[in-house]
Design a protein around this ligand. Structure first.
Ligand code: PEP
Ligand code: MN
Length: 247
């Protein structure tokens, strides 16, 4: 049998909705992931969209980390998010695409995480502006204790038909060339926008030798309160790993 591709796997729901939804999803996937992704606060474009359970979900995250002996990662966008997350023993963070586009916010987050020994992942900005991504990376690079990875989640372009966000593989290549020692994780869920397109994006990303994948998984994706069309159910997630010869 061919040797398995060794990649970092990050999986979990787009957002935590209820304790039950979170634990039922985790129960089915924790053995197949290196880190769980989950959202406590969601940076939504519209204030009318579901935006997470906030501090209440951090209690569930702390409980899950102990129960499954696994790390959970959340998006942080403000000093308050960081202080609360650290209080509940969360030490894996990502900077979302909307936040990467805002140098004031990035600087504030970087200052607040300056002395923390944490995992920090920086998503590309919404628009295909490599300088904004590089600016955010440089703001964290000076934090010697932050272990940095990059997340390629595609870019908003007008008139995209197939995908929710254009992969712009050329920009992925450019960032890999500029930071050859920084692992890059592909987020096919936010590139695709539809679950059927996820495997094709992963296959293409493997050609670019990405270091791992961040994938949205929900125990009942069709009932999800955010990103319902792109989340995989646990079975589809496990099949994806098998098909890609991962894990
Ligand atoms: C997410 O990861 O759930 C998310 C909101 O992603 P992005 O910042 O890439 O849009
Ligand atoms: Mn999402």
């Amino acid at each position: 049998m061919a040797e398995k591709n060794k990649k970092i796997i990050i999986a979990g729901p787009c957002a935590i909705e209820t304790k039950r939804q979170f634990f039922e999803t985790l129960e089915k996937i924790y053995k197949y992931t290196d880190v769980i992704r989950c959202g406590a606060w969601k940076a939504r474009t519209s204030p009318h969209s579901y935006s997470g359970q906030g501090e209440k979900s951090l209690e569930w995250i702390q409980e899950a980390q102990e129960k499954y002996n696994i790390c959970c990662a959340i998006e942080v966008g403000t000093e308050k998010h960081i202080n609360l997350a650290l209080k509940y023993k969360v030490r894996n963070f990502w900077i979302g695409a909307r936040t990467t586009s805002n140098p004031f916010a990035v600087e504030e987050i970087s200052q607040n995480l300056k002395n923390e020994n944490i995992e920090l992942w920086i998503k590309n900005p919404i628009f295909p502006d490599l300088k904004l991504w590089i600016g955010a990376i440089e703001r964290f690079k000076k934090n010697k204790n932050n272990s940095i990875k990059l997340i390629h989640r595609g870019f908003f372009l007008e008139n995209i038909r197939k995908y929710r966000n254009h992969p712009r593989w050329d920009l992925l290549e450019k960032i890999q060339e500029k930071y050859p020692n920084m692992p890059v994780i592909c987020d096919p869920s936010h590139i695709a926008g539809k679950r059927d397109l996820i495997q094709g994006i992963c296959e293409k990303a493997l050609e670019y030798q990405v270091d791992g994948f961040m994938i949205e998984v929900h125990h009942k994706p069709n009932e999800a309160l955010s990103d319902a069309q792109q989340q995989l159910c646990p079975k589809q997630f496990k099949n994806l790993l098998l098909n890609l010869n991962l894990k």
